[in-house]
Design a protein around this ligand. Structure first.
Ligand SMILES: CC(C)(COP(=O)(O)OP(=O)(O)OC[C@H]1O[C@@H](n2cnc3c(N)ncnc32)[C@H](O)[C@@H]1OP(=O)(O)O)[C@@H](O)C(=O)NCCC(=O)NCCS
Length: 148
């Protein structure tokens, strides 16, 4: 399993994944399938501190890891497995592990993420990987941190 940089060629796949209610239920600010306009605006609003990767497993694209705030001493990792039939098989955990490694190799010593407080699967994944709860983020959302 490995991460590759996402490109414009991945826009349609990412649109499809992010429009699945099972997936966007885990996102804080998305409550409906995306429109192309929203998707394109989001894609091109990226800046230099935003790194988006496609997760590859057994030769297939299965999800996304996003690493943002790289100008901060503790960048943020975001993640989802877009192929929902593959949930519960350890892919999410391994993908977060690859993101942790990517940051560690660049010299970062801490990372953080935020998850909705009802996102049991993501919370189990983070705890399993040694992430620690570090208070709250937005309303209904928890902050987790991990030393690298
Ligand atoms: C959250 C998400 C990424 C999890 O992906 P996944 O591939 O199902 O995750 P994993 O299989 O690695 O982990 C899921 C479960 O297995 C457990 N697990 C994984 N590897 C394990 C291991 N080696 N040993 C024991 N438990 C393990 C996790 O702790 C977790 O526990 P649970 O059974 O209580 O749910 C996926 O459900 C998803 O994309 N959700 C929608 C988007 C989202 O919520 N993203 C995160 C917040 S933005």
């Amino acid at each position: 399993m490995f991460l590759r940089k996402a490109t414009d060629d991945d826009l349609e796949l990412i649109m499809a994944w992010r429009s699945n209610p099972l997936v966007y239920e885990g996102f804080y600010s998305q409550t409906a399938p995306l429109t192309w306009e929203e998707h394109i605006i989001w894609w091109y609003s990226r800046n230099q501190d935003w790194h988006q990767f496609i997760i590859l497993a057994d030769g297939h694209d299965i999800g996304v890891v996003t690493i943002v705030q790289c100008d901060n001493w503790s960048p943020e990792i975001g993640f989802y497995i877009g192929e929902v039939s593959l949930w519960g098989k350890g892919y999410g955990s391994r993908a977060v592990g690859l993101a942790e490694e990517w940051l560690k190799e660049k010299g970062y010593v801490q990372t953080h993420t935020t998850v909705k407080e009802d996102n049991k699967r993501a919370i189990s994944l983070l705890k399993h990987r040694g992430w620690k709860r570090a208070g709250n983020a937005r309303k209904g959302e928890l902050r987790f941190e991990r030393e690298l």
